[in-house]
Design a protein around this ligand. Structure first.
Ligand SMILES: Nc1ncnc2c1ncn2[C@@H]1O[C@H](COP(=O)(O)OP(=O)(O)OP(=O)(O)O)[C@@H](O)[C@H]1O
Ligand SMILES: [Mg+2]
Length: 259
């Protein structure tokens, strides 16, 4: 049974808080349910973030999402982060993915095949993608689940990210047509929003007008404690509550939207 809800965080604009948001969302969901977080970006930021390991090339060699996809079986590439939270890491070798997939004749449903053996072990599969519209983004969007497959579009309030939204929506449509007919855009998440920036209201209005009902009501504001999470991690972090404050209403809203 394909029973995990899949949530893919993406936008082709870099630095919109995809990794931070997918990491904190995984952490919060795992307080009550079983979560598998997947790093589809060779930068390995989600891997760093959740494992605290910085030498990702050596630490996870041969046991990353690259091998999961090439072997069409994720089981040997899953590591335990904490109670209820597992992850499939990535590292720089993910750059070889397109070539290796081509050599093996794999298609864009390869991640789907890799995840099928483990999908019923989790309530949620949370996927971080790179700032590009490559295979690494298309494959998560192409991954089907009976419980639903969803995309969260990250938006940092900038003009460049605004231009990237329709492109991401196009990729979603493509994945939907070819592999994943039930894929839904669950919402646009405003993140890294600076309370003092004058253009925020205009951006919010534009997004509301262009994409009615897509903007999450919860907005993630820019916060030094949130940025420092990448340094201090979740365990024993005395400012954790402050760092993840804005994500509590977001995760609640996310759950309501996918119900
Ligand atoms: N709410 C926030 N407040 C302050 N800093 C944040 C917040 N969210 C993310 N950051 C910081 O902003 C930077 C970009 O975030 P992140 O790496 O999560 O973005 P990304 O979209 O995954 O980037 P990339 O496109 O490179 O994958 C990081 O330094 C991160 O720590
Ligand atoms: Mg990232």
């Amino acid at each position: 049974m394909l029973t995990a809800k899949i949530i893919t965080f993406g936008i082709s604009k870099g630095g919109c808080s995809k990794s931070t948001s997918s990491g904190i969302t995984s952490y919060l969901l795992s307080k009550e349910e079983k979560v598998l977080a997947i790093d589809m970006d060779g930068q390995g930021n989600l891997t760093n973030f959740l494992t605290g390991e910085y030498d990702i090339c050596n630490a996870f060699e041969g046991k990353t999402v690259l091998e999961a996809i090439l072997n069409e079986d994720a089981r040997s590439c899953i590591i335990k982060i904490k109670e209820n939270l597992d992850m499939i890491p990535s590292n720089d070798f993910l750059a070889t993915l397109p070539r290796r997939m081509f050599e093996k004749g794999l298609k864009l449903d390869a991640l789907q095949k890799a995840l099928e053996p483990v999908m019923e072990d989790y309530d949620w599969i949370i996927i971080d993608t790179p700032p590009s519209l490559s295979e690494q983004t298309v494959m998560p969007l192409s991954t089907y689940s009976e419980a639903g497959s969803y995309a969260v579009i990250m938006f940092d309030g900038s003009m460049f990210a605004y231009y990237a939204i329709p492109k991401f929506l196009e990729i979603i449509e493509g994945a939907k047509e070819r592999y994943n007919p039930t894929l839904k855009t669950v919402g646009i998440l405003f993140s890294l929003i600076d309370a003092r920036a004058k253009e925020n209201d205009v951006m919010e209005e534009s997004v509301d007008e262009d994409y009615p009902n897509l903007k999450f009501k919860s907005i993630i504001r820019r916060k030094a404690a949130t940025r420092r999470l990448a340094i201090s991690g979740f365990d024993g972090n005395t400012e954790l509550k402050n760092a993840i404050e804005y994500y509590i209403p977001f995760v609640k809203e996310l759950k309501e939207r996918v119900r």
